[in-house]
Every structure is written in C-alpha cells, then in structure tokens.
Design a protein around this ligand. Structure first.
Ligand code: T4K
Length: 375
C-alpha cells in the first residue's frame, strides 16, 4: 500500500512514530518459502536459501563474495578473527557499541581517534597520529551509510602495512566512485538487523574479494570446521538460519523500492529543515540508502538537541540519539582514547536521528518538520 494514501485520521493521540520500522512483504508471499523449509527440513547450516541469498546478494550489491551471518556482530567478530590481528586497531568513537565490542571479543585494543564533523566518519588526518608499532588494522564505520574517505584510508593502510575492515552495518546498497562501497578495504561487514534497510530479522554478512578468504570465513562461521579432521581456527556459531535467508530473498525484491522511498522522505526533510538557523542536514549522498536522517542541532537553534529530543518524544515522535553516549564515555572504553575527540563529542551531543522508513507517510514527515521548525 502507498503509505501516503488512506493514512488513518490522526486523532488526539496518534500512534507513536518510531525512528525506523521494517518494511515487510505480504505474509502470503512468505508462505511458499516456509513450506519449502518444512518440506526439506533443512533449517540451517548452509541450506538452499542461504546459498541462493549469498549468490543473489553478490549480484545485487556488485561484490565478489558474500558470507551470511546470524548478526552483524558475529560477522564483525569473525572478520577480525579471520585476519589474525593482534594489538591495537584504530577506530571511531562515534558508533554503536557493537563495533568496539567486536574488537574486545577478539582480544584487540580499540584506539579511538576523532571524526570529521561533517560526515561523522573517521577523520583520516587523525588516523596516522594514533598508529603505533602495535597497530595492525584500521576499522572505520560508514556512519549512517555515508562513505568514508576510502582513498585516504587505503593510502594510510598501504604506507603503514595495516589491514582495513569496514564496519558497513549501515551501508547496504550504498554506491561510491561508480561501484559498491563494500568493495573497499580488506573486508566489509554488513548488518541485516530488523532496523536496517535490508533485513533477515537478525543477520549480517562479510564481503570479501577472493574465494580463499571466503572459505576461511565460512569455516570460522561454523566452529572453524573445514572437515571432520581439520580446524581452521577458533570459530564460532555465526550461521544465518534458513527462515532468515528465505526472508532475505523476499526482501531483496523490494529493497530498491524501499531505498527509493527513503530518498523521497530524505528530500522532504531537507526541503523543510535545510534553511532553519542552527540545523544542519546530513551530507547529501548520490548513491546513498537514506536509512538514517542525522540532523545536527547547533547552538543557534532555540533549544538543545536533548530538549528537542524530549519535546518530539512527548509528541510521539521517537527520534533517537544515535550515537550517544560517545563510546569512550562508557567506563569500559574510557582508556581507549588517542588525542582529543572534539568533533565526536559534539556529534554525540548534537545529532538527532529523525524517523525515516518506507512506510512513513509524508503527512507524518510534514508534522515532524513543523514541530522542529516551530519550537
Ligand atoms: N555496527 C554498527 C555501526 C551498528 O550500528 C550495528 C547495529 C552493528 C555494528 C551490529 O549489528 P547487529 O549485530 O545488530 O546486526 C539498533 C539495532 O539493534 C542495531 O542493529 C543497530 N546497529 C543500532 C544502531 O540500533 P536499538 O537498541 O536502537 O533498537 P530498538 O529495538 O530500540 O529499535 C529501534 C526502533 O526500530 C524501535 O523504536 C522500533 C523499530 N523496530 C525495532 C525492531 C528490533 C521495529 O519496528 N521492529 C523491530 O523488530 O538498536
């Protein structure tokens, strides 16, 4: 259904508007997939839907190899494990906790450096200052799906002989320099969580460049088992199940339309909020997936980000402060800092992610804009 047609009348207490919401195919379309799983009883461990989805994702995304996972977090852990890293990894302090947690789970020390205040991505100019003889990799995040400065990062990595793992949890379908942004770095890791533009309920994936690496990743995803007598390493159980994979196949049919719809909503926000003193819309990206609309609330705006957040919530608009607190503000990560983090700190204090998802009616977008424009 077109979300702009037949929208229910807004009574005195309209339903809350979440920051995101998965777009679901009609339930009837899912039944044949479930029937097939019921028929063949292959529930997991690389069944036919998982194999099909890996191939379909390679074609859809324009990448060489995809390994599906049970979550973005397990995919990150296996990606790091597969590269035999040790010591320190330079990364961003402005991300979801899963990014840094994956490093700790693999016995690696995150070293946070500052971000670019416009893109919210790791600032390449700061990375070099954080590199020590113990550094083995850089793990940037394409924050909100906005591509990192991949050329500058590749140059630093080459000169210092470091590996690059992109946390691409937000970057499904994002194009950059004429191809998928996922083709940059040694490995890219996606999340297919329910809150993402492409979802398998829970899920994730690693994108890699060659079959040898994929085989190693696939073994580590399945306890490290290569065959009955051989272990690739200390693997875990990170497999996506067949119900999730089947759902992914169905989702793939509508993901382009979902991104197109997000683009329309993104444009509506920009048109409504672009000229408001104190507000800054996220950088416009030609090949983006528009899954987040990260509004920066500056000091010239009449209220603080937190006041605006509270006021919107009182109106049922469940905007979110992604990513607040800053990772080093958790005691667990307080010592992982290298140098000042002024831009990251400002972002954590000022950014508010507004609702954006394909089923969000434009009339609701306009209501949100009105509330923000008229504090
Ligand atoms: N790296 C980065 C940079 C990440 O952002 C993430 C995850 C990861 C790695 C790890 O990937 P995964 O292991 O998760 O695959 C959410 C997600 O749980 C998390 O996946 C995501 N990033 C993070 C940024 O956001 P919450 O705590 O904000 O989710 P929650 O439950 O509050 O959901 C937000 C809104 O979405 C709800 O208000 C309603 C809607 N929603 C949510 C779910 C789960 C639905 O409509 N249906 C649903 O099933 O963490």
């Amino acid at each position: 259904m077109n979300p702009d047609e037949g929208a229910p009348e807004q009574g005195p207490n309209p339903a809350p508007i979440p920051v995101t919401r998965p777009s679901l195919p009609p339930l009837e379309a899912f039944i044949p997939y479930l029937q097939s799983i019921w028929d063949n009883r292959q529930l997991t461990n690389g069944g036919p839907f998982s194999v099909q989805l890996e191939q379909a994702l390679c074609r859809h995304l324009g990448v060489a190899h995809v390994s599906l996972f049970a979550s973005g977090t397990t995919a990150l852990m296996v990606a790091l494990q597969s590269l035999d890293l040790s010591g320190e990894v330079v990364t961003t302090p402005y991300s979801f906790v899963a990014s840094a947690h994956a490093l700790l789970w693999c016995g690696l020390r995150p070293v946070f450096t500052d971000i670019d205040p416009l893109t919210f991505n790791l600032d390449p100019a700061r990375i070099e200052g954080a590199i020590t003889p113990n550094t083995t990799a850089i793990m940037p995040v394409h924050c909100y799906g906005h591509p990192c400065d991949v050329d500058a990062i590749a140059d630093i990595a080459r000169r210092h002989r470091l590996l690059v793992i992109y946390d691409s949890a937000h970057a499904f379908g994002v194009c950059h320099q004429g191809g998928s942004v996922l083709n940059h770095g040694d490995l890219s890791v996606l999340s297919f969580h329910a809150t993402k533009v492409f979802s398998t309920f829970e899920g994730g994936a690693i994108v890699c460049h060659d079959l040898k690496t994929k085989r190693r990743i696939d073994a580590l995803r399945n306890f490290g088992i290569v065959d009955e007598l051989t272990l690739e390493g200390p693997g875990l159980n990170g497999k996506l199940n067949e119900v999730g994979a089947a759902f992914g196949l169905l989702q793939l049919k509508q993901v382009d339309a979902a991104i197109q719809r997000n683009r329309v909503i993104d444009a509506r926000y920009r048109a409504g909020l672009g000229g408001v003193p104190g507000l800054r819309c996220p950088p416009a990206t030609e090949g983006g997936n528009h899954a987040y609309f990260a509004l920066r609330v500056g000091p010239e705006y009449p209220e603080s980000r937190d006041h605006l957040h509270g006021r919107l919530h009182r109106h049922g608009i469940l905007a979110r402060r992604y990513f607040h607190p800053l990772l080093p503000d958790f005691p667990l990560y307080a010592k992982a800092v290298s140098g000042p983090l002024d831009a990251a700190r400002q972002a954590a204090d000022r950014v508010l992610c507004l609702p954006i998802y394909p089923d969000l009616p434009l009339v609701d977008v306009d209501r949100i804009i009105e509330l923000i424009v008229d504090p």
